[in-house]
Design a protein around this ligand. Structure first.
Ligand code: 2AM
Length: 217
């Protein structure tokens, strides 16, 4: 009935606990600042004469989280099945550590890659990597959970759904060994994937506690 439909949220996901939000914001800001000042970054900019201030360029994301399933209040494909899944019901409200393994930047989005544990993968929809529109060509063959990320910021006029698509595109390129190692930084190794796409693989993953829950918006 209509009441049932109302009870399906906008999306499910892991929400970073309040205590770690600032840490992630600061670390990602540091990354942007460092990237800004690299000669290699300036060289690959569309307009190498113009200074880009990445911290201004990306509008900060609202609630820091890693979406598992975008349900659109039940309108999205598989939303009801997901909401009724036993693993989802059992884990609802539980806290686990998210492991952030990389930061990435494209002309559209800025995000952190999340490396999911076996247990967390139980909450990951089987078709998450294939549902992106448009799906980057090689993305369908990437392992389950490849799309998992936290959107940190979007360029003016860009929707956050783009962050996962950008990540899939970079990972598909990584898979086929495209990309040019640009610099070993303190945080990790920085690789350039062309067309303004950068990924910093963290030497030490950053662990952040998060609560599995949902947003009704
Ligand atoms: P994000 O997970 O990349 O940040 C509300 O819009 C949230 O749902 C955002 O966090 C957004 O992107 C995510 N989202 C929006 N549309 C989506 C879609 N079609 N598929 C997956 N996630 C989506």
């Amino acid at each position: 009935g209509p009441l049932e439909e109302v009870s399906i949220p906008l999306y499910f996901g892991w929400f970073l606990l309040f205590s770690v939000k600032n840490k992630i914001k600061c670390t990602s800001m540091d990354f942007l600042k460092t990237l800004d000042t690299l000669d290699a970054f300036k060289k690959h900019s569309v307009d190498s004469e113009k200074e880009v201030d990445l911290e201004q360029y990306f509008k900060p994301a609202g609630i820091l989280h890693c979406t598992t399933k975008f349900c659109d209040y039940g309108k999205a494909e598989g939303a009801k099945e997901y909401a009724e899944n036993q693993a989802v019901i059992k884990s609802y409200g539980s806290i686990s550590d998210l492991s952030l393994s990389a930061f990435f930047v494209t002309p559209r989005t800025c995000g952190a890659r999340v490396y999911l544990t076996e247990e967390q993968l139980q909450l990951w929809p089987a078709d998450a990597e294939k549902q992106a529109e448009p799906v980057p060509e090689a993305a369908a063959s990437l392992p389950l959970g490849s799309r998992a990320h936290i959107t940190l910021g979007c360029a003016e006029g860009v929707e956050p759904v783009q962050t996962g698509i950008d990540l899939l595109e970079i990972l598909a390129q990584q898979e086929s060994q495209q990309g040019e190692l640009v610099e070993e930084m303190e945080l990790g190794s920085l690789t350039y994937y062309g067309e303004g796409k950068w990924l910093l693989n963290l030497r030490e993953p950053i662990c952040v506690p998060a609560c599995f829950s949902s947003i009704y918006g």
